[in-house]
Design a protein around this ligand. Structure first.
Ligand SMILES: C[S@@+](CC[C@H](N)C(=O)[O-])C[C@H]1O[C@@H](n2cnc3c(N)ncnc32)[C@H](O)[C@@H]1O
Length: 467
């Protein structure tokens, strides 16, 4: 066994299966540990800064290698025993083996480093604001379903990392317990009702996914059965009724018809078979309706901190501003800030989300909102009004160049960029800076405890405001 200096002396380069002892320096934005061997980067899964580990090299590229821990020689002081019994098999909570306070520190450091490396901007990142709940926080559950070959037993849970093999999860400590109970009932009863688990390879069977939306406000749940069919059938109807009748805390059982060969979980066709088609959730003082196919943050209590933060910024810095809420989902930002604004305009491409937003605005007696069901960049291109504040909350891939060009044109003064991906945030901040914006602050929030995911809010000002 060689230490790395000896190793370098005896070898010019590393080979697959080499064993090396390294100290882990930091973690990437995708949660991999980084160690360096004379400047050469090795990415190591499930590693924590300050771990001294023996690794086996699994891949060697020109500029980096991948390694797997074979022995933890001296564990980092930030390592803890994961609280989930399925931690090793499941892989959904990638950094559960790191203590929570240090997870928050890492998320701040990862944001800082990602922004600096990709955008070249040197911005001090605020301390990460923790999630009010670190367990039972996940309120959208999407389990793929299959069945065992011989006995036809239903399997429900997340895929093992980098596979399509289902880990049959009977207990998940980051979601409400009732979700485990509903899934277990489905597991047990599907066979009785002749509902088969989906076979992804052959594209056969009935039940592809179970999606549950669970309300932090009411503790009620909406169950969505994603079915490999184009319309309902009798045994499915009976199965949905059995689920609805079993649990007092289910608002409704819906069916989503998805018979396509696709990785997309939900199609656009959802039918409510029993009960009602939404749950209710509260953000600040506004109550929202959330349906099967509407975007809503999976950790509502942590999300509420973000909405409060953005609302406070707008309230403290503007008098009766006009606000554009883009990539709006159910117009959560627009509705939350509407009472400190003169006018809110929202744009979102998902039809169901726009319908829910209109219902929510009506139910909350909000009359200063316009909601457009459109592609954001198409809407920007045709819009003539300018806005004091533009809120951009795009999906992980970030904004397109055209939408940033147009958002810059429509902005009088401030852009609030809400991002779930530090890498695309960094890319887009670089573009906005080059156009003439200054990034005033970046605030990380922890919405996805025990995973490497980070939510950030960047406050961006035009250097030369336009009116
Ligand atoms: C990260 S979510 C944010 C939703 C909302 N702001 C919230 O916090 O609940 C991104 C939203 O952008 C929408 N979206 C994605 N691409 C879009 C586009 N090109 N134009 C308009 N909306 C889009 C998605 O449907 C989704 O609702």
């Amino acid at each position: 066994m060689l230490n790395y200096k000896e190793y370098l002396r005896y070898n010019n380069f590393m080979k697959i299966n080499d064993e090396i002892i390294v100290e882990v320096e930091k973690v990437t934005n995708l949660g991999a540990g980084i160690a360096k061997i004379d400047g050469f980067v090795v990415f190591i899964e499930n590693a924590c800064p300050q771990d001294l580990v023996k690794i086996k090299i699994t891949k060697v590229n020109k500029n980096f290698a991948n390694g797997k821990i074979t022995e933890i020689i001296t564990p980092s002081p930030h390592r803890i025993k994961p609280f989930c019994p399925l931690y090793n098999a499941c892989g959904a909570c990638q950094i559960q083996f790191i203590n929570y306070d240090y997870q928050l520190k890492l998320k701040q450091q990862i944001t800082e480093e990602t922004i600096r490396t990709i955008s070249g901007l040197n911005i001090k990142i605020n301390d990460t604001i923790k999630s009010p709940e670190t367990r039972n926080y996940r309120r959208k559950i999407q389990y793929p379903i299959s069945q065992t070959k011989n006995s036809g037993r239903i399997l429900a849970g997340y895929f093992k990392p980098k596979t399509h093999e289902i880990v049959n999860i009977k207990y998940c400590p980051i979601q409400p317990k009732i979700c485990d109970d509903i899934i277990e009932f489905i597991r047990q009863k599907a066979f009785e009702y002749g509902i088969q688990g989906f076979n992804e390879k052959k594209h056969t069977g009935d039940l592809r996914h179970v999606v549950i939306r669970s309300s932090a406000l009411t503790a009620k749940n909406l169950v969505v059965l994603v079915i490999n069919a184009t319309k309902s059938f009798e045994r499915l109807n009976d199965f949905a009724k059995a689920i609805y009748d079993e649990f007092e805390d289910i608002t409704g059982v819906c069916v989503n018809y998805n018979s396509k060969k696709t990785n997309v979980i939900l199609s656009s066709k959802t039918e409510c078979l029993y009960g009602c088609e939404y749950i209710e959730e509260k953000l600040i003082d506004k109550t929202f309706k959330i349906g099967a196919n509407t975007f809503f943050q999976i950790n509502p209590k942590s999300a509420e901190n973000i909405f409060k933060y953005v609302k406070k910024y707008i309230k403290d810095n503007f008098i009766e501003p006009t606000v554009l809420d883009a990539y709006a989902g159910i117009t959560s930002f627009g509705i939350c800030v509407s009472d400190v604004c003169k006018k809110v305009v929202s744009v979102e491409e998902n039809k169901e989300s726009c319908e829910m937003a209109r219902e929510t605005a009506k139910a909350n007696n909000i009359s200063n909102i316009e909601i457009y069901n459109m592609d954001a960049s198409k809407f920007f291109a045709k819009e003539k009004r300018k806005f004091d504040v533009i809120i951009l909350d795009p999906p992980r891939k970030g904004c397109s160049q055209e939408s940033l060009d147009e958002a810059f044109r429509l902005s009088k003064d401030t852009i609030v960029y809400v991002s779930c991906n530090p890498a695309t945030l960094a890319r887009d901040l670089k573009i906005l800076s080059e156009k003439g914006c200054e990034v005033l602050s970046i605030q990380p929030f922890d919405m996805f405890c025990h995973t490497y995911h980070i939510e950030n809010v960047a406050i961006i000002k035009k250097k030369e405001p336009t009116f």
